[in-house]
Design a protein around this ligand. Structure first.
Ligand SMILES: Cc1cc2nc3c(=O)[nH]c(=O)nc-3n(C[C@H](O)[C@H](O)[C@H](O)COP(=O)(O)OP(=O)(O)OC[C@H]3O[C@@H](n4cnc5c(N)ncnc54)[C@H](O)[C@@H]3O)c2cc1C
Length: 298
């Protein structure tokens, strides 16, 4: 399938970068994942939209990846097409709004906003995802979330119709949006406000220090492994269950922050899955709380 598909892609979209058998571990922050049969790297929002239309006409349903910083990719890899959006990152200022393609990195966007003297996106500085991945799960940190700044999102629905929805219509909640697996986010408008450039930069620096002090950034991970339960914090429950440092193969509950699972070298997706299950079981036994994974298991 990959060869015929590749021939057709090269014919219709000659500039598109396509790689066969590319290991997904190179495209995930966990550093885990077997080969993608075909990995596609569109270089703009427009090329992404054309690619989706072409794949659709060929009956191929692609898997979307931004920076792969919230996913666990399977050891056996992925059959078919994987689209990595991180090169589609056109960004422009329109008044007090930023309009950016889905592959724009959140830290870069927050830096751009700071340089433009626009406030509101400081919370996103240091989140290692793309705009698309952040909108899918309403990423947030330190009191801010995508919900607060999203004016509108343009996306392709399951029928590949291009739609634009206002932020309020997207059912943003804690680590949740209305988007389903069939939707492809193309770009978004973020509503910011004029602010003091120095104060914005200082807030970004402050949040970086907080991250460095509390998170195991020296090891590959996918951020918080579990969502915050209704009562309390996942990290506190895991810590109280005595699981800090608990390991399965190369996967370990971080000794620095019990909410993170880190890859201490050579971890497989099976190691991480087993670790997540063990943590869920032990925390449920100890505290009666069933933790829900925040990491998307592909
Ligand atoms: C060290 C570290 C710290 C982190 N800190 C935070 C934090 O403070 N707050 C927080 O919320 N998260 C945090 N994360 C998690 C992660 O960075 C965010 O969830 C981020 O928004 C994911 O973006 P991504 O581009 O990497 O998405 P990916 O992991 O690539 O994808 C996530 C999901 O979105 C889908 N997707 C991606 N792009 C598109 C698109 N264009 N259209 C449709 N679907 C798409 C994918 O199919 C997948 O289901 C952290 C992760 C790490 C490793």
């Amino acid at each position: 399938m990959a060869e015929a598909l590749l021939r057709e892609l090269r014919r219709v979209l000659p500039a598109l970068e396509a790689r066969e058998g590319e290991p997904l571990r190179n495209y995930t922050s966990f550093g885990i994942g077997g080969p993608a049969e075909l990995l596609l790297l569109p270089s703009s929002g427009e090329e992404l939209a054309s690619l989706c239309a072409l794949l659709r006409s060929l009956g191929v349903k692609p898997l979307l990846l931004g920076n792969g910083s919230n996913v666990l990719a399977p050891d056996e890899g992925v059959k078919g097409a994987v689209i990595v959006t991180r090169r589609a990152q056109e960004t422009a200022r329109q008044g007090e709004k930023l309009v950016a393609a889905c592959g724009a990195g959140l830290t870069k966007l927050a830096s751009f906003a700071a340089e433009e003297g626009l406030t509101g996106l400081e919370f996103a500085y240091g989140i290692p995802g793309t705009l698309g991945g952040a909108l899918i799960m309403n990423a947030g940190a330190y009191g801010g979330e995508m919900k607060d700044v999203t004016a509108a999102v343009t996306y392709l629905d399951g029928e590949l119709r291009q739609r634009t929805a206002a932020g309020e219509a997207l059912d943003f909640r804690y680590r949740h949006s209305r988007f389903g697996p069939e939707d492809v986010i193309l770009r978004a408008e973020l509503q910011l406000r004029a602010g003091d450039r120095e104060a914005i930069r200082a807030r970004c620096r402050e949040l970086t220090e907080k991250r460095k002090a509390s998170q195991p950034l020296e090891w590959p991970s996918a951020g918080s492994a579990f969502k915050r339960p209704r009562d309390g914090y996942a990290a506190a429950l895991i810590d109280q269950a005595g699981l800090k440092g608990y390991a399965v193969g190369g996967a370990q509950v971080s000794e620095k922050h019990a909410g993170f699972v880190v890859n201490r070298g050579g971890a497989t997706a099976s190691d991480v899955k087993k670790l997540l299950e063990d943590v869920q079981k032990t925390v449920l036994d100890r505290s009666g709380v069933l933790l829900e994974p925040e990491i998307k298991i592909l």
